[in-house]
Every structure is written in C-alpha cells, then in structure tokens.
Design a protein around this ligand. Structure first.
Ligand code: BGC
Length: 410
C-alpha cells in the first residue's frame, strides 16, 4: 500500500513538472517532434518592480537578491532624478510667487509641512532629499525632523524657509504612504501651525489628496504631490493641487512586461533591456519613452517630468503608449504581487496600465495583492509556482526579496 502511494505521489510530481515546462514544438527533418522543456522555477524570469530590493535603513541595493539568476531585473524610475524634479518644481513655483500672498502671516519665512510616506522606501527618501536640498532645509538625513533653516527666492526676494514638520504617514493598520494618515496629520498641522503654513509638500499624490480632504485645509495654500495619478491631474486642472511629478507609469508597466516577454522569448544579454525598449522587438513593439539601464544594479528606469498648471492637459487619462500594439507571441503566465491593494499609485495608475498592456504582449497575469503591512498576505499566495512561466514582485518590505526567492528554489 505504502509503495503504491509513493508511486502515485511520484506520478503526480512528474505531472506537475511537465505542466510547468509546457511543450515546445520543434520541426526536425520535415517531421514535427514534440519535446518537453522542464524549466526549474529557480531559472525562470523574476522582475522586481516599484519597490527596489534594498536595505530599508541604508537604502543600499540588495545585490544578492538582484543576482538570484541571470533573469532577475528591477524596473522602476530614476528616483534621485525625480526628487530633483520635484524640488525644482517647487523652487520654480516660489520664484514666480508673490511674497505678499504666499507668506500668509507676513513673517518673512516660508513654512512648509512634509508628508514623507514610507521612510524605508528609496523613492520616498529620494523625494525628501530632493525637496530639502532645493529649499535649503537638507541637514544630511531623510529622517523626520532632521532639518535646518533654508532659503529660497520668492518672487525675486530671498526668504527664509522652515520645515515645520515632516511625518512618515503610517496608517492605523501599519500600512505606509497612507492617505488617511495624511488627512489626520493635515488637520492637526492646520490647527497647530495656523498661518505659519505657507506650503504643503507630499512625497506622493495619495497623501497630497489626503491633505486636501482635511476640513480645515487652509484655502489657497499651494500643495505639491508626486505620481501624476488621474485624480491629481484633475485636481491640478481645477486649481486645487499646485503640481506633481510623473514617474511615467506607462513606461514602467510596459517595461516590466517587456523584460518578462524578452526573457520568456529566450533573449539574453543586452537584448533583454533593449529589445522593445530602445529598438523594436520582433513583433514591431517599442516603448516610446526613454528608459535608462543601470547594469550595476540590473535596473531599468523610466524618467520623471514635472506637471503643473502649464502642462497638466498632456497627462490626462487615456495616454497609453501607441508604440505597443499586439504580439503574436505564445501566451505565457506570470504571477504578479502588489504590496498593498489600497496603495493609490499602484491601484489607480500602475495596475490599470499593467492590465492594459499585458494582453498586448500575450502575458496572462495572475495578480495577488497584499495589505501593505504583512508580507505574509502576499507570500501566502505566492504559491503554485510551477504553474507560472515568470514572476513580477512588489514586496511589502524592500528587504523581503529572499523570502520570495526561497520559494522558487525547488
Ligand atoms: C509611489 C508611491 C507609492 C509607492 C509604492 C512610489 O513610487 O510614488 O505613490 O505609494 O511607490 O511602493
């Protein structure tokens, strides 16, 4: 009985491996021969996206994770460049502002409050640094409260700048980049600082829109976000939001999928990050936006652009990349995780873009979404791994790469 059971188990295992590998048709000497390729999960493509494998404290890139196999890459955007774009957007705004209007209490100082987001996330850190450097409040750290007095040109006059408070917006459930936490913080700030607040800066649009929800938001005070989510672009059009930064979500979503497509089509070396990206692929697709590849971190990055009242119309919904149309490629299955189903940027911008482009590249996505706090919510559904040809991973904590990769070992 025991022997029969073991034999049955072996048959089931062989069955699942054969299923995982799929079947390839090869034409040999005029005949068609069927041959089964068994690809071990450990050799399949892995693309980390949006949350770069890195140390949450130092920000150092986790190269052990990135070197998992030759088919492991990160797709994101130029975070440092984006911080600088956001800083410049704010500085340009101040340069053309009327000091008598923007300095609400006339004390000669521009006071601002900062929604930091996730202190353990490289994107958030890069923005805090870019903003503080542009305003002169940078004191060598992205931590809340570590600031110095800065200065800026406000309509031709040099004025002092102070960061009244910077806060990491953590929700009551422990999730980061939390828009409700920003609403609460803004209410508190408006009461506590009153008309010392001349400007509100947020490291993402979700929190900026959260601030605007505060019933005591000081009317007319300029406010900046980041991401160019559809509701933020609309708010710029309505004059409620002053500016945001586009991290080019269409380019990132397409690149995440294109890198997977390339790897699944058997491309290697630089073809992985150039085909369909800087040059057309065999199906005629090519991302229209510029992307930069950093070989030392295996990172493919989109570029940022500032958005304000002068150009918001270019960013309205429906601007999908016409460079990607359709492939005749074989359908492949990808398991994709999203760290938090409630993240504004991922749910309102990134996921719709992935859902739009995936069928065009013949990638069938199975999406599992977490709660932004417990890695296990995603990990518990990072299962049936043999059923997929590749994986796209968005971790809750940026140092959780090994937890996902361990599951691909066998
Ligand atoms: C976005 C944030 C988002 C975060 C999630 C960042 O790049 O700007 O809005 O919450 O990614 O990881």
């Amino acid at each position: 009985m025991k022997k029969i059971l073991v034999a049955m188990m072996v048959m089931v295992m062989i069955g699942s491996i054969a299923f995982a590998g799929g079947t390839t048709e090869t034409a040999a000497t005029g005949e068609t021969a069927a041959e089964t390729t068994v690809v071990r999960n450990a050799d399949k493509p892995v693309v980390f996206y949006n949350r770069q494998p890195s140390d949450p404290v130092s920000g150092e890139i986790d190269m052990n994770t990135m070197n998992w196999n030759d088919s492991t890459f990160y797709v994101g955007f130029d975070a440092a460049g984006g911080g600088a774009v956001q800083g410049q957007l704010i500085v340009d705004y101040l340069a053309s502002a009327d000091p008598a209007v923007i300095d609400r209490n006339g004390d000669g100082t521009i006071g601002y409050v900062l929604c930091i987001g996730d202190v353990g996330h490289n994107d958030s850190r890069a923005r805090t640094e870019g903003i503080r450097k542009a305003l002169g409040t940078w004191a060598g750290s992205t931590d809340p409260g570590v600031v110095q007095e800065g200065s800026a040109n406000v309509g031709g006059t040099t004025m002092k700048v102070v960061e009244l408070e910077g806060r990491a917006m953590t929700g009551t459930d422990g999730s980061t980049w939390n828009a409700n936490a920003a609403t609460d913080a803004m209410s508190g700030w408006a009461t506590r600082f009153g008309n010392q607040i001349d400007m509100v800066v947020s490291n993402n649009d979700g929190m900026a829109m959260g601030c605007l929800q505060a019933s005591n938001y000081p009317a007319g005070v300029p406010i900046f976000g980041y991401d160019a989510n559809a509701d933020a672009i609309e708010a710029i059009g309505q004059g409620r939001l002053t500016g945001t930064v586009s991290q080019n979500v269409d380019a990132q979503a397409t690149a995440t999928l294109q890198v997977l497509r390339n790897l699944l089509d058997g491309l290697t070396g630089e073809d992985v990050w150039t085909v369909g990206i800087t040059e057309p692929d065999q199906y005629g697709n090519k991302i229209s936006a510029d992307m930069e590849y950093l070989p030392e971190t295996k990172a493919l990055l989109a570029q940022n652009t500032g958005v304000n009242a002068s150009n918001w119309q270019q960013y309205t919904e429906g601007t999908r990349d016409a460079g990607i149309s359709q492939t005749t490629a074989e359908t492949k299955r990808v398991l994709l995780t999203v760290y938090n189903s409630a993240d504004n940027f991922l749910s309102s911008s990134y996921l719709p873009a992935l859902r739009y482009y995936a069928p065009l590249l013949n990638l069938e996505l199975t999406i599992v979404q977490g709660d932004g706090q417990n890695e296990s919510v995603c990990l518990d559904r990072f299962t049936n791994l043999n059923n997929y040809d590749g994986y796209a991973i968005n971790m809750v904590r940026t140092n959780s790469g090994p937890d996902y990769l361990d599951r691909l070992r066998y």
